[in-house]
Design a protein. Structure first.
Lengths: 109, 114
């Protein structure tokens, strides 16, 4: 079963704009991770944020985590055509990863 | 270094048959887990192995099984295939078991059951 939901399910923006995706989850976590998946390919790990962290940056990516609201957001700044993909959040308690439903991001050149 | 390698990449099987998928983790990684991805159910956890022992199992029927070898390579097997088993099967590895370790995924094995 899915741990949580991602919002929006699909997002289309112009190249150069910023993209924001949100993830909500249900149970307590040790950490939350974001992954990217290009069509029909494997998952690429983007960033991991621990439950005691509130914000993390990696290049053009900014992730926030609000454990009181059980939610996280992924911001991609200055989007590029190559950012077109599906993005998944995944929560981890003690062991396995539990994935959200994903956001399909399309960057329009 | 090489990433997680899964074979075969694509395969077609007939209902009732069985299939074995293989996964070679990143060198030095000892934890291997498997996921099923379908349009309807999304990404679902199958099982996790560490040091040749199954440490965690998802909510799948007994037709789904797996094992891990002493070199950390892993295989999963699905017996008596059903149409609903058509999916992308993803293998992932991490250095050790437990939370907080970055988990790396392979490209997956596309299984079509006809």
């Amino acid at each position: 079963s899915q741990q949580g939901e991602e919002d929006p399910q699909a997002l289309s923006i112009q190249e150069g704009e910023n993209a924001t995706m949100n993830c909500s989850y249900k149970t307590s976590i040790n950490n939350l991770q974001w992954y990217r998946q290009n069509s029909g390919r494997g998952l690429v790990h983007l960033i991991l944020i621990r439950s005691n962290e509130r914000e993390k940056h990696s290049g053009r990516l900014r992730v926030t985590l609000d454990t009181s609201k059980k939610s996280s957001s992924l911001l991609i700044t200055a989007s590029r055509a190559a950012d077109t993909a599906s993005y998944f959040c995944a929560t981890q308690g003690n062991e396995k990863l539990t994935f959200g439903t994903g956001t399909r991001l399309t960057i329009i050149p | 270094k090489a990433g997680v390698t899964q074979t075969p990449r694509y395969l077609i099987k007939t209902r009732g048959q069985q299939v074995t998928l293989s996964c070679s983790p990143i060198s030095g990684h000892r934890s291997v887990s498997w996921y099923q991805q379908t349009p309807g159910q999304g990404l679902q956890f199958l099982f996790e192995y560490f040091s040749e022992t199954q440490r965690n199992k998802g909510n799948f029927p007994g037709r789904f099984s797996g094992r891990q070898f002493s070199n950390s390579r892993s295989e999963m097997n699905v017996s008596t295939l059903e149409l609903g088993d058509s999916a992308l099967y993803l293998c992932a590895s991490s250095l050790v078991q437990g939370p907080g370790n970055t988990i790396y995924f392979g490209e997956g094995s596309w299984l079509t059951v006809v």
